[in-house]
Design a protein around this ligand. Sequence first.
Ligand SMILES: Nc1ncnc2c1ncn2[C@@H]1O[C@H](COP(=O)(O)OP(=O)(O)O)[C@@H](O)[C@H]1O
Ligand SMILES: [Mg+2]
Length: 260
Amino acid sequence: MRSIAFINQKGGVGKTTSTANVGACLAALGKKVLLIDLDPQANLSIHFGVNVQGKDSSVYHLMCGKKKASEVLIKTSVSGLDIIPSDIDLASAEVELVNTVGRETIVKFYIEEMLDMYDYVLIDCPPSLGLLTLNALTVANEIFIPLQTEFFALQGVSKLLQTFDVIKKRLNSKLEITGIIPCMYDSRTKLGQAVLDKIKEYFEDKVFATNIRKNIKLSESTSHGMPITEYAPESNGALDYQALTKEIIAQEEKYLKGAA
Ligand SMILES: Nc1ncnc2c1ncn2[C@@H]1O[C@H](COP(=O)(O)OP(=O)(O)O)[C@@H](O)[C@H]1O
Ligand SMILES: [Mg+2]
């Protein structure tokens, strides 16, 4: 089982789009996938047409101990793809859990028993490095960082890396950054290429070879409540996320070889 958190404290860089579509592509290849929505905006849940607003049945209610993991788990329309959804109630978790012992590992505590049912657990993080992201980084053993290939792509990255170092030292020694995803890439501009070069200079071979190109179908698919592979299977967005998913699976052969 691989557990991967998609993090970047910047909003609008492609975290949710990547979590949703990598998840759907993995499931299409026969993998069992669990998605966890840890953003109070619930964009990942909405991406699969899942709305638990007002139903007291989101990851927040799991964190408060009011619901069991099996009670908040929802099967999406994609076969093999399940989701633990979020709702806006999650926005108060940070404050409400401030005196709770072990609050950084509370999600892990409640979902641990179901993890071995899955091949992949993918976690969508909010645009901050607060309690919810800390929870993601204690469930996950891997971090993928989506970066928008725009001028400010690397701004804030050193803060993110500092946070990673602290979590690895204090909370989760297994945690590794295993992938950088260049998102919203525009090959027609010099800037896109220049930023991509900078990203590769900084993160070297951690950067996936696949760039997710700018593709309007990706943003359209969200509002239709389906992944790109169902909404527009022939689009560049679908092709790019399929190529990225193949790379993600290929990482496993590399690790296995490394371990042998
Ligand atoms: N490759 C892309 N091309 C075009 N639009 C995209 C692409 N990736 C994401 N978007 C859109 O950009 C916005 C931000 O993406 P999102 O994945 O929600 O970012 P984050 O989760 O990091 O805030 C969304 O409206 C999404 O539909
Ligand atoms: Mg998001």
